[in-house]
Design a protein around this ligand. Sequence first.
Ligand code: MSP
Length: 638
Amino acid sequence: MSRVYLTTAIDYVNNRPHLGTAYEKIAADVIARYHRLVGRDVRFVMGNDEHSQNVFKRAKEHGLDPLAYCDRMEQEFREVWARLDVSFDDFIRTTEPRHKAAVQEMVRRSLAAGDIYEGVYEGWYCVSCEEFKPEKGLIDGQCPVHRTTPDWIKEKNYFFKLSNYRDALLAHYAAHPDFVAPESRKNEMLRLLEGGLEDISVSRAGQAWGIPLPNDPGSVVYVWYDALINYAAAVGFGADDQLFDQWWTQTGETDRTVLHIVGKDITRFHCVVWPAMLLSAGLPLPTQIFGHGWVLLKGEKMSKSLGTVIDPLAAVEKFGPDPLRLYLTKEIVFGNDGDFSWDRFEEKYNADLANNLGNLVSRLTSMVGRYRQGRLTATGADPLLAEAFDAVAAQWRDAHERLALDEACAAVFRWVDRLNEYIAAAAPWHLAKENDQAALDRVLWNASEGLRLAAVMLSPVIPASAHEILVRLGEDAPGTTWDTARMWRTTGNRQVAAKDALWPRLEPKKEIVVSDPTPPTPPASEWPLESRITIEDFLKIDLRVAKVLEAEKVPNSKKLVKLKIDLGSEQRTLVAGIAESYEADTLVGRTVAIVANLKPATLMGIESNGMILAASADGGKATLVAFEDAPAPGTRIK
Ligand code: MSP
C-alpha cells in the first residue's frame, strides 16, 4: 500500500495559534484527508516547538515553570486544532523524551561523521526569529521580519559543517526536480546553494532551556537544529527502529512519500539545513518540501509580534470550521500569499456556500421531499452528466496530486454549477406537472448522484459539511474510499431528508446614512468609479426567471397588482407596482424576471416575496423585462 508521511512546521508556543499558523495546519489537513480518501496509508504529524527563548520568557512572565507553561499551551493548541477539525495522527512536543532521544542520536551521528566541531560565534541574533542574522541581512540595523534590533552575542558554540554538503545537495536537487516546491521556492534555494554555504551554529552556551549536547552537557542544542529533528523523532528515530523504518526509511517500499509542509519564511532551514543534517546522519531525505505562502492582513504578513493577527476561532464561532477551511483552501493559490478580510470571507461564504452549494442541497432535497416523499430509487445514469463528472474527477485528482489545493476546490465548484444548471434545464417541476414520472425519477436520481460525488470530493476541505450532505442524501456509509465512492450508482435507493439551510445567507451590513444639509456636487459620471460594485456584489442578487400563474389588481390601490408566480422549485406571491401599465389578466402566462432573494415586505396588507424587474422612465409607464424565448422558471439570470 502506498504510504504518506506528512508533517507541518511545529509551532512556537509563546502565543496561541493565529490565522496564519492555522492556515498551514488546515492546508496540511486537506492533503492528509485527500490521501486517506484515495486509499493511502497516512501518518499526519503536527506538534509544538517548545525550546525557544521566547517560550522560556513567556513562561516566566506567567510565573510558571517552562514545562508547566508548555503543558498548558499544548491543551490550548489541541483545542484550536480540534475546533478547526484538523485530523492529525500524532502530536509531538520537543520536550518529550522521544524527541530528546532522537536529537541526541542525531548529534552523535554527526559527531561521528566529523561534521560537528567547537568554535566561537560572534554576531547578531534575533530572538523572535531564533536565528543568527548576517549584518548584510539587517535593514537599518533591524531584523527585517520583526523590526527589532537583534542581540549581539559572542559565545562558545558547536558548529555543523553545512559547507560540506553544498555539492551533495545540488546533486540531490538535480536528481529530484520535485524536492522543493513550488518552483519559485526551489529556484530561491538553488541560488542560495550556488552562492555557497557557511557552517552553522548548532548549540547555545549558558542556557538551561533546551536539550544538552551529549558530548558537552553545558551547552544546549540550538532551537532550530533541535526542532527540525522532530520529523524523525515523531516516527521513532533513536527509539523505535521498526516505526522509523516503516515511515521514514521505508526499506523496499516503492510508492512512498515523506512530505513537509512549511511556510516560505522557513524554507532555508528545511530545504538546506535539514537535508544536510540527514545526509550527515546517513539517513534518506524527504520526498518533498512544500513552502506555502503567507496569509496577509491588508497586505502584511499576519504576525503576533507585529500585532496583526486574526483569531481563527472568531470565524469558527460564527460559522463552524468549514467556511473558513474552504476560504483558505479555495481563495489562496497554494504556494502564493493571499489576503484575508472579513468582507471577502463573507462574500465568498454567500457566493460558494449559501447560494451555490447550499442552494443545490436545499433545492434537491426539498424536491425529493415534495415529489417523492423523500424516497429515491436508482435509475440509469444520464450519460452526459456522468461523462462530465469523469472529467471533473480527473481534474480534481490531478490538482490534488500536484498540491494545487485551490484548483481542486475550483474543479468541484464548477461541478456544483453544472449540477445547478442540470436541474434548471431538466426542470423537474415541469416533469411533475406533466406527470412524466420516469423522467422525474431519472433527473432527481442523477442530480442526487452528482451531489453525493460533490460532497465526497469536498470532504477533505469541509469534512463536517460533506458528511452532513451525505447524511441528508441517506448515505449512511460516507467513509468509503474514492475507488468505491467514485462509481456512478445505478442501483439501490436513497431516503433523502430536507432540513434547514446548511449555510443561511448573510445579509449585507446596513450603512448608516447621515443627512447632509449641503447639496451634493453632481458627480462627473452617473456611475463614479468609487461607487461601482464588484461582481461578487452583483452575484448577491439572485435574479431568476419566473412565470406568472395568477394576477389580480390590489383593491384600493392605483398601482399595485398581486401576482402568483412559478419559480421552478416553488410558487410565491408578490406585489408589483405595474397596474398603471398592465391589465392584470394580460400578465397571466408571461415569463418575467424577478429578484428571488429579496426579504419579504408587506404592501397593502399583502406579503410580497420578491420583486419583478421593469424599466420605467421617470414618471412614465413600466415595461416588463422580457425574454426572446421563455427560459424555464427558476433559471438563473446572470
Ligand atoms: N517553530 C518554528 C518552526 C519549526 S519547524 C521544524 C516556527 N514556528 S512558528 O510558530 O513561528 O510558525 C509555524 C508555521 O506557521 C511556519 O511554517 C510559519 O511559516 C507559518 N506561519 C506563520 N505565520 C504565517 C502566516 N501569516 N501565514 C502563513 N503561514 C504562517 O517557525
